[in-house]
Design a protein around this ligand. Structure first.
Ligand SMILES: C[S@@+](CC[C@H](N)C(=O)[O-])C[C@H]1O[C@@H](n2cnc3c(N)ncnc32)[C@H](O)[C@@H]1O
Ligand code: SF4
Ligand code: SF4
Length: 299
């Protein structure tokens, strides 16, 4: 029996986001109501954190701040000693709400997606008030909360990289520059062409999505991120499974189910492998999602 290879999981705890980033998977849906899934309850969340030591709220189709139980989830993680990282780009929560969130879990690490100088970030992050989010980041810093400024480099903000670095330095904030993936016009950094499943080498962590499915990584969440694409037989093994929303089913039971184990064995044996895995893990990029450059400013 395969053991869960990682102690951490990335979660999509809602289907809501107020931004309209042009490259977001949400753009595949005509209306938000078509996005599969719902807000997780606190009980469902408890099931997940009973298994994992580290949780990433890095929604592919949602921003975690919109789950109505989010602050209680943060509290629960703090109480249970579960490490937390939050990727937040939506700016529609007010300062008071953030202060309550910071108080709920002073150990959580917040990663703010501000792509460019605060007043230009809305060029990609449509509907974002980048200046408000930047002030939230400064307030967090004042309250000794760990923060990171994540800056995706696009043509419109490329010339501001040095200015952003100096702003980050001034406020003693870590900044990370990410380049868009190859599929989005990013650069190739590694010419490897061998199939190496990143979920087996520890480079991708378990994902639990907004429909409550437990998946070996978030890239295989095809119904949410690429709904017009084929859900082939290998992937069906994961989606025909019970979900964490099903009464009485634990994460462990899902991980140990015949179908989940069969999916993982297929990866090990390199047979009956989904097109998604072949595409994402026979990679010409070292890490197709995040390419760090030497722009990281450390305290
Ligand atoms: C699943 S995504 C989305 C997380 C979060 N909702 C957000 O928008 O940042 C996870 C990662 O992809 C990055 N990302 C989002 N849009 C991107 C783009 N167009 N190009 C490169 N990376 C992107 C995010 O910054 C984040 O690090
Ligand atoms: S902030 Fe994230 S979830 Fe929201 S629209 Fe942008 S990419 Fe999508
Ligand atoms: S795409 Fe497939 S092989 Fe690659 S990490 Fe995800 S589940 Fe594993």
């Amino acid at each position: 029996m395969l053991k869960n290879p990682r102690n951490d999981a990335t979660l999509d705890i809602s289907t809501k986001c107020t931004l309209k980033c042009s490259e977001c998977a949400r753009q595949h849906f005509e209306t938000p109501s078509q996005i599969p899934g719902r807000n997780w309850t606190l009980e469902e969340f408890s099931k997940v954190i009973s298994v994992y030591k580290k949780i990433d709220f890095n929604g592919q189709i949602s921003d975690a701040v919109f789950n109505p139980h989010f602050i209680d989830m943060l509290k629960l993680c703090y109480k249970d000693g579960v490490e937390v990282e939050i990727s937040n780009a939506a700016s529609q929560r007010n300062m008071g709400w953030y202060e309550r969130a910071f108080e709920a879990n002073p150990n959580a690490i917040w990663i703010f997606g501000i792509d460019g100088l605060p007043d230009q970030s809305c060029i990609y992050r449509e509907n974002q008030d980048g200046e408000h989010l930047f002030n939230v980041m400064l307030r967090a810093k004042e309250l000794n909360i760990s923060v990171k400024w994540q800056y995706i480099v696009f043509d419109y903000n490329r010339e501001n990289i040095e200015v952003a670095k100096s702003i980050a330095k001034k406020y003693k904030i870590d900044i990370e520059f990410n380049y868009p993936t190859e599929a989005r016009g990013g650069r190739v950094v590694d010419k490897k062409t061998k199939f190496v499943p990143k979920c087996l080498t520890g480079k991708r962590c378990t994902a639990v999505n907004a429909t409550g499915h437990v998946l070996p990584c978030c890239w295989v969440d095809i119904p949410a991120i690429n709904p017009k694409a084929e859900l082939d037989d290998p992937l069906r093994l994961l989606f025909d499974n019970p979900t964490i929303f099903d009464d009485g089913v634990s994460v462990e039971q899902i991980l140990q189910s015949d179908s989940y184990q069969q999916f993982m064995m297929n990866l090990i044996n390199k047979k009956d492998v989904s097109w998604v895995c072949k595409k994402m893990c026979t990679s010409s990029l070292e890490n197709p999602n995040r390419v760090k450059v030497n722009g990281t400013v450390s305290r």
